[in-house]
Design a protein around this ligand. Sequence first.
Ligand SMILES: Nc1nc2c(ncn2[C@@H]2O[C@H](COP(=O)(O)OP(=O)(O)OP(=O)(O)O)[C@@H](O)[C@H]2O)c(=O)[nH]1
Ligand SMILES: [Mg+2]
Length: 331
Amino acid sequence: MASNNFIDYVKLTCRSGKGGAGSHHYFRAKGLPNGGPDGGDGGRGGHIILEGNSQLWTLLHLQYQKHVFAKDGEGGGENLRSGAQGEDIVLQVPLGTVARDADTGEQILEITEQGQRLVLVPGGRGGLGNDHFKTPTNQAPSYAQPGEPAVEALVVLELKLLADVGLVGFPNAGKSTLLSVVSAAKPKIADYAFTTLTPNLGVVAYRDYKSFVMADIPGIIEGAAEGRGLGTRFLRHIERNSMLLFMISCDSPDIAAEYRVLLGELEQFNPELLDKTRLLAITKTDMLDEELEAEMKAALPADVPPTIFISSLTNKNIQPLKDMIWRALHA
Ligand SMILES: Nc1nc2c(ncn2[C@@H]2O[C@H](COP(=O)(O)OP(=O)(O)OP(=O)(O)O)[C@@H](O)[C@H]2O)c(=O)[nH]1
Ligand SMILES: [Mg+2]
C-alpha cells in the first residue's frame, strides 16, 4: 500500500523534566566552621513545548515519535550556585494543531501562528536552597525544597483544519489527476479503480501568493458506507475540510444519479458533511465536443451544485475552477 503522507492524528507519551532539588549546604572555610546556609536552588525541569511552523501540513514527522521525554533539572550546589535547567524539547507542528488530554479529551492548547510557542507539559520547578529558609531565630536551616516532580501526560495532537477543499468522486473520476495539475503533489494516477488508497494533500497556489490546501481521497462507490470498495473510513479526512468538490467524469452514464449516490454515501457516514459548501466539476471534458457539452449542461438537474466543465489534460477551465473554489472558501 502506498505510504500515508496524510497523518493528522498522533498520540504521544510525554514526560517533562523533574525539578532539581534545592541544596542544603553550609558555608565552610578555615576558621569559620559554622558558616551560614549557602545551598543554591535547583534548576527547572525541561518543558515540552509546541511551536507553530507554517511550512508543515501534517503531523507525519511525529508519527514514529511515541515517547517524548524532557531532561531533569540539576540540583542546586554550594555557594548559592543554581542547578542547570533541564533542556526543553520543542516539537514543530503545523498551524491548526490542537493538543488534547488523551484520557479526558480536554483541549490543552491550540497552535495558530507561525513561531508561536506554548508549553504542552511543564517541567517541574526547581526546589529552593536552604539559604531561602533562614529566619531571625533559625540562622542555619537544614531544610531545602525538593524539586517538583516530572509531569507525565498522554497527549493527542490533532490537526483541526487539514485541507480547505476535499475531492469527492467515484474511482477514476480524475481526482488525483486534478491534484497533480493544480499542486506540486505527485499522487499515483492510473486508469483503474482505487488507484488512490490513502489520501494525498496538495497546496494550490492561487493568484498573488495566496494558497489553499486540497485533499484527494480514495474513490467512493455505491454501498461504500456498508464497506464496499475501500469503505468510507477515509471520509474522516474530509470531515474538517471547509468545502467539498464533487468530481464526476463526463462519460458517466447518469451524472445526476452519480451525484446522488455520492451524496447518499456521505450522508450515511456523517450527515454533517452535507452542511458543507459543494461544487461540482464535470471532468475529462476534452473528450466532449462543444455540442455534446452544451447538451449535457442543459440536461443537468436543478438540484446539483454550481457546476464547471473541466479537463486536467488540456487545462480547460482549471483557473476558473480555482476561482470558484477560492470564492466558496471566502464567501
Ligand atoms: N482524457 C482525460 N483523462 C483524464 C483526465 N483526468 C484524468 N484522466 C484519466 O482518468 C484516469 C483516472 O484518473 P485518476 O486521477 O487516477 O482518478 P481518481 O479519481 O484519482 O481515481 P481513484 O484514485 O481510483 O479514485 C487516468 O487514466 C487519468 O489519466 C482528463 O482531464 N482527461
Ligand atoms: Mg486517485
